[in-house]
Write a protein of this length. Structure first.
Length: 162
């Protein structure tokens, strides 16, 4: 019961309808899906790499979805959603960056949470899911085995139910 309550509270915090911060509300028009190309990791591991090795101010992604080397399918907050990401050169402005932990295979829980997260982002920012609005980072990312068209169709179905 307590665990369910904590999950609901954390989802409410993640999917709050308003964004606040020094930049205020940010226009988001599309979502870019990545993979870490690592067997393990989490938001703090990637944040340390992006800050200490790449010299960025924070992690580049807005969200990280873990793969079971910690908690499987956990949605972790990265860079604040009201801040422009650093995840897709030339496409950071106006986008949300989501990173799946893994190389070429992703867990069922990761896929379920990816659909949930993209659905919530589409609702929050009035995005109509399509190949233009839910994008791969590049040809080999988020892993060649992930078919985003299937994810987009699941998001469309989820949006119709809500």
């Amino acid at each position: 019961m307590i665990r369910t309550f904590l999950i609901v509270v954390s989802l409410l915090l993640i999917f709050s309808k308003t964004t606040h911060g020094t930049e205020g509300h940010r226009k988001v028009a599309f979502i870019v899906v990545h993979h870490s190309d690592t067997l393990s990791g989490n938001v703090e591991v990637f944040r340390k790499y992006h800050v200490n090795v790449r010299g960025w101010s924070d992690i580049g992604y807005h969200f990280v979805i873990t793969n079971g080397t910690g908690v499987d399918g956990e949605i972790q907050r990265g860079r604040p959603i009201d801040k422009m990401g650093a995840h897709a050169k030339g496409r950071n402005r106006g986008s949300v960056g989501i990173c799946l932990v893994g190389k070429t295979r992703f867990t069922e829980k990761q896929m379920d949470k990816l659909v949930l997260l993209i659905t919530e982002m589409c609702q929050k920012y009035d995005i109509i899911p399509s190949e233009k609005t839910v994008q791969r980072h590049h040809e080999h990312c988020p892993g060649e085995t992930l078919d985003l068209s299937i994810i987009i169709e699941k998001v469309k179905k989820a949006l119709k139910k809500s």
